[in-house]
Ligand binder design. Structure first.
Ligand code: ZN
Length: 232
């Protein structure tokens, strides 16, 4: 978000909006909790599940009807985001997704390798080899990518993979809203009851099954990335 300049107010970029929906997911998880113990409440849940409500909520920031309802020209609120611009923006969402997700996969794999190794570990050479393997290109010579990733030692230790797993769960959650309607109150209440209220009083997979009425699957994740798998 940019600071206001002169008489131009501070405005949210679309990135900010997506971030706002994301953090709203965490805020709802914490504020709607009905868990009786603080340590088991809100987002004090399994790592695989921490980012599920927040990443599910991000999807709202990409829906035409949501953007239409909440965006407008600040000098004239009757003027909405032009449809053509909105469409192009949504279409460009997946630009570089291959790079983004390959990198997440790389960091997740390195993270687990570092934390399960014994003795001294040369993190740079492991990272360089994995970069070439998973990204398909050589890393920049002299770079030390692991030094740029705070998650390795910042409390997530060996848990970075959970962003990706949470994304899979989040897209499963969103798929039900997509099927039932974004403003469907029954689905919204179920989201509150099954996903937001229990905290860690039940395992995440039990809660997900309760909300979805079935096991979560990988297919919505692949579909979201337009990946067609040769084998099921
Ligand atoms: Zn988050």
């Amino acid at each position: 978000m940019r600071a206001p300049v002169g008489d131009k107010p501070s405005l949210l970029s679309h990135d900010d909006l997506e971030g706002l929906f994301h953090e709203l997911g965490h805020a709802l998880h914490v504020s709607l909790t009905r868990a009786p113990y603080a340590t088991l409440s809100g987002y004090n849940v399994e790592w695989d599940y921490v980012e599920t409500p927040s990443q599910a909520l991000e999807e709202w920031a990409w829906q035409p009807q949501v953007l239409d309802a909440i965006s407008s020209l600040y000098t004239d609120p009757r003027q909405k985001l032009p449809v053509e611009l909105r469409t192009r923006m949504i279409e460009a969402r997946d630009m570089d997704a291959g790079m983004t997700y390959s990198r997440m996969l790389m960091i997740s794999s390195e993270d687990m390798l570092f934390h399960t190794s014994h003795g001294p570990v040369n993190v740079t050479s492991i990272s360089d080899a994995m970069y070439e393997d998973l990204m398909g290109i050589r890393p920049i010579t002299g770079g030390h990518e692991p030094a740029t990733i705070g998650h390795f030692m910042g409390g997530y230790d060996a848990g970075y993979y959970s962003y990706l797993w949470s994304k899979v769960y989040a897209l499963n959650v969103y798929a039900r809203f997509e099927r039932d309607g974004l403003t469907n109150t029954t689905t919204g209440r179920d989201f509150r009851h099954w996903i937001l209220e229990p905290g860690n009083m039940q395992d995440g997979d039990v809660l997900l099954r309760g909300f979805l009425g079935k096991e979560p699957g990988m297919d919505v994740f692949y579909e979201r990335l337009h990946i067609t798998l040769p084998v099921k």
